[in-house]
Design a protein around this ligand. Structure first.
Ligand SMILES: Nc1ccn([C@@H]2O[C@H](COP(=O)(O)O)[C@@H](O)[C@H]2O)c(=O)n1
Length: 587
């Protein structure tokens, strides 16, 4: 872990179940490779993961089974370690490559901005040349204009110890927001391509599909159906992501799919056991699948390896942790802009509410920063999509790192001047409508909100979410402390997926999740009496297509040419400026 990172505390644990073929999985790490310095439960860093994987591989070798490492994209955007350098990722690419990832693919965040996609192609693809898979993604060379596969379309290889034949694919969901130096082919089309049809006819003991795709998204079903049609008896394993949740499902009795959360809070574990060799595949062959969501902290990593503080870190792992410390120092990520007077939550506290980050933005920040000096006294509606905010603000120092953690995007405020208020006032309602109007495809309203809400549609409020709940440690091993003296449970994930509610490796007290609207809105410079005739409609550029669509549905004929820049700077910069001005400097 990084110097100064919060110390994890012991908790009741569930063991990993090993099989013949085992996997460790990361997804949506978004630059959090230093770990969560303020959250003990997720405070291990990428160097610790390197040590962990080395010990787990050694165990696999000793036991004659196999272990593969998977990463399913969105490695960038969302943490100072990636975002704070110029160019972005100056340190991240060299840190990330130190992990021996066997199967890796691209997420949408590697593609929003052309220069990010260029760097993915120039750095990460060659770093993982044999292992990077891009089944439905092309890259356009900036010099020649030539369109080429981002990486190999699929990978066929043999596992180290059992020589199992694996055919692996690497997909991205049907993403349409990519920069124009990449092309994402819809999954429905890809599975009809000749190369794919040939690949699923290769001799395989196991098919592995990794993808930046939620395990309940239709894209994985499409791939599953295509492979299964040709291979009725083979095990098919899916590793997904994008939705930022811990999740698992099975598409049939010979398939299994797992998604491993977000922000390097989770290291996913999947194992499959049974007669895996294709010669043994039969109607009667029984495969067993297990999944575990490992909280990324040293107490847990020691537990799963049976090691301790002195025996756990490998030389390689220590060196990677040191690379991260050096990068964080050089990037001055601990530089403080202000001291947050209290914790502001995205989903753990209701909106609107005194502890909601969105209420804080709506009531305090937006009215103050969304000001165009030449139109300062014009009444305006300022709309922010909730997905623009990526993480909670914890009470205490708000640092350079926090700015990117909370708001990594380069989104700026744009506006349409003088929109009749009778139309403008209804826009927010349409943007927040539960999907009746713009409900699917790239214009799905939910793409404006946080990714978790693609699968969580209602509040999850526990009767006693507080930290004073105690373990029902029956059948679980207390880690540190006897059964009589059970440890107090820490708050954390209490995942329920299609497999059950025993997926998390650590037994936690539950936390609440309150659904938030797709967008929030501040009314600024409104007359004290009556309504304005017209208003400036101000919004983040990311949601322009939805705003134009909403206006059109309300009878306002506006197009992209009516949308103008409102103020200079990004939401991130403006928010940080507000914090510098309004919160105390020292904590
Ligand atoms: N400029 C941007 C880009 C993205 N968003 C939000 O992020 C969501 C996607 O996040 P993933 O980590 O799941 O890829 C997207 O749906 C938007 O809500 C944004 O606000 N601004």
């Amino acid at each position: 872990a990084q110097p100064g990172a919060a110390q994890p505390v012991p908790a009741p644990m569930r063991d990993l179940v090993w099989g013949k073929l085992n996997f460790l999985h990361t997804t949506d790490t978004h630059g959090w490779h230093a770990g969560h310095l303020q959250e003990p439960q997720y405070s291990a860093d990428w160097g610790d993961y390197v040590s962990f994987a080395e010990h787990m591989r050694a165990k696999a070798d000793r036991d004659g089974v196999d272990l593969l490492l998977v990463d399913t994209g969105d490695r960038v955007e969302g943490n100072g370690l990636y975002d704070a350098s110029d160019p972005k990722g100056k340190y991240y690419y060299d840190i990330y490559r130190e992990q021996a990832v066997d199967l890796i693919c691209t997420g949408n965040h590697e593609l929003y901005v052309a220069s990010t996609a260029d760097r993915e192609h120039q750095r990460t693809v060659p770093n993982f040349r044999q292992n990077y898979i891009a089944s439905n993604l092309d890259y356009v060379d900036p010099e020649s204009g030539e369109r080429m596969p981002m990486a190999q379309r699929y990978r066929k290889f043999q596992t180290k110890n059992q020589k199992l034949d694996v055919v692996a694919f690497g997909f991205l969901f049907d993403f349409t927001g990519n920069a124009n130096n990449t092309v994402v082919q819809p999954v429905e089309e890809t599975v009809q391509e000749q190369w794919f049809q040939d690949a699923i006819r290769e001799e395989a003991d196991v098919f592995v599909v990794i993808g930046h795709v939620g395990v309940h998204m239709p894209e994985f079903r499409t791939i599953f159906r295509a492979i299964r049609k040709q291979n009725p008896l083979a095990p098919i394993l899916f590793f997904g992501g994008h939705v930022h949740v811990r999740d698992a499902t099975a598409y049939d009795s010979r398939s299994f799919a797992v998604a491993s959360g977000r922000y390097f809070e989770t290291i996913g574990w999947m194992s499959v056991d049974g007669e895996l060799e294709r010669t043994a595949h039969s109607e009667d062959a029984d495969f067993s699948f297990h999944r575990r969501y490992i909280d990324n902290n040293l107490v847990g990593l020691h537990y799963h390896t049976g090691l301790n503080e002195s025996t756990f870190p490998t030389e390689h792992g220590r060196n990677v942790s040191a690379m991260i410390t050096k990068a964080r120092d050089e990037l001055k990520l601990d530089q403080t802009f202000g001291c947050a007077p209290k914790t502001l939550w995205m989903s753990r506290s209701p909106y609107p509410g005194k502890d909601s980050i969105y209420s804080w933005l709506e009531n305090e920040v937006l009215p103050d920063v969304a000001v165009n000096s030449s139109r300062g006294d014009v009444p305006r509606l300022v709309i922010l999509n909730t997905g623009a905010i990526r993480f909670d603000i914890f009470k205490g120092p708000f640092t350079r790192d926090t700015t990117y953690i909370v708001s990594p995007f380069l989104s700026a405020f744009t506006y349409i001047p003088n929109v009749p208020y009778r139309i403008a006032r209804k826009v927010i309602k349409l943007l927040n409508s539960a999907g009746k109007i713009m409900e699917s495809g790239p214009m799905d309203n939910r793409f404006m909100a946080i990714p978790e809400q693609l699968v969580i549609h209602e509040d999850i409020v526990h009767e006693s979410p507080a930290a004073d709940a105690y373990a029902d440690a029956f059948g679980q091993k207390p880690l540190g402390g006897s059964a009589e003296k059970r440890p107090r449970l820490t708050e954390g994930y209490t995942t329920k997926d299609d497999i059950g509610s025993d997926g998390d490796d650590t037994v936690h007290a539950p936390v609440n999740f309150y659904v938030v609207p797709n967008c929030v809105q501040a009314e600024v410079e409104f007359p004290t009496d009556g309504e304005p005739e017209t208003v400036d409609l101000v919004f983040l550029d990311f949601i322009t297509p939805w705003v134009l669509m909403a206006l059109r549905l309300l009878g306002g004929e506006y197009s992209q040419k009516d949308v103008q820049p409102y103020i200079e700077g990004t939401l991130t910069g403006l928010m940080t400026g507000w914090i510098e001005k309004n919160w105390p400097k020292d904590c």
